[in-house]
Design a protein around this ligand. Structure first.
Ligand code: GS8
Length: 214
C-alpha cells in the first residue's frame, strides 16, 4: 500500500523548513499543504494539532506528529535508516538533542530583533548574535555539526539562513561579519538539493517580514 505523507506547513516558517528538509534528505514524497495561519487555519490543522494549533504537522498514514524537532526525529526513525540524521550512540545523541534545543532557545531573539525597536531591539540583537556565536563555537572547524556528515543539528539550525537578510536589514546588524564561519557552514549546507528546494529566497522572506512588521 502506498504511504500517505502530508505536511501542513507555511512557507516562511523556520520550523516548517526543518520538516521539509528532513523529508527531502530522506527522499520521501510528500503532499505539502500550505496553511493560512492568519485568518483561516484548516480543519485538518485544528484536528491534528489541537494542543498548539501550529504548523508544522506531519501526517503519516493518518497519524499526526507535531513539533518540528519531534517531526525530524520521527522522519529519521521512519525513513532512510542507512543515512541517519541522529547518531545511535546515546551520549552523542543526547548532545545533538541538546544543541537543537539550544537553537530553539535563540530563534525567538532573531524574530524579536526584526520586530522590535529601541532598547528591546538592541537586547534581542545582542542575544541572537551571542547565541549564534555559541553555535559557531560548537561547530568549530567541522564541516557540519555532526562532523563530516550532515545531521540533526544542521537541520535544526539551517532555516536561520533564509531569514538572514531580513534580520540583518530590519535589525541593522551584520551577522555575516560577526559569524562568518557559521555563514560559511550555511553556504555549504545550501549546496545540498534538499536545502535548495526547502529554503525560501532571502529577499522574499524580507519582503514578507517587512509587511508583517508594518
Ligand atoms: C513552533 C511552531 C510554530 O511556532 C515547532 O514546531 O517547533 N515549537 C514549534 N509555528 C508557527 C508558524 S512559524 O512561526 C504557527 O503555526 N503559528 C500559528 C499560530 O501561532 O497561530
Amino acid at each position: 500500500m502506498a504511504e500517505e505523507v502530508i505536511l501542513l506547513d507555511f512557507w516562511s516558517s523556520l520550523f516548517g523548513m526543518r520538516a521539509r528538509i528532513a523529508l527531502r534528505e530522506k527522499g520521501v514524497d510528500f503532499d505539502l499543504r500550505e496553511e493560512d495561519l492568519l485568518s483561516n487555519k484548516s480543519p485538518l490543522l485544528l484536528e491534528t494539532n489541537p494542543v498548539h494549533k501550529k504548523i508544522p504537522v506531519l501526517i503519516h498514514n493518518g497519524k499526526p506528529v507535531c513539533e518540528s524537532l519531534i517531526i525530524v526525529q520521527y522522519i529519521d526513525k521512519t525513513w532512510g535508516r542507512e543515512s541517519p540524521l541522529l547518531r545511535s550512540d546515546p551520549y552523542q545523541r543526547a548532545l545533538e538533542v541538546f544543541w537543537a534545543d539550544y537553537v530553539d532557545k535563540i530563534f525567538p531573539a532573531g524574530k524579536m530583533a526584526m520586530f522590535s525597536t529601541g532598547e528591546a531591539q538592541k537586547v534581542a540583537k545582542k542575544e541572537y548574535i551571542e547565541g549564534l556565536k555559541v553555535l559557531e563555537g560548537e561547530l568549530g572547524d567541522k564541516a557540519y555539526f555532526g562532523g563530516e556528515r550532515f545531521g540533526y543539528v544542521d537541520v535544526s539550525l539551517i532555516p536561520f539562513y533564509s531569514w538572514l537578510y531580513a534580520v540583518e536589514t530590519l535589525a541593522n546588524c551584520s551577522i555575516g561579519d560577526e559569524c562568518s564561519e557559521l555563514v560559511g557552514w550555511a553556504k555549504r549546507c545550501m549546496q545540498r538539493e534538499s536545502m535548495a528546494k526547502s529554503l525560501p529566497d532571502q529577499y522574499k522572506v524580507y519582503d514578507f517580514m517587512l509587511k508583517v512588521r508594518k
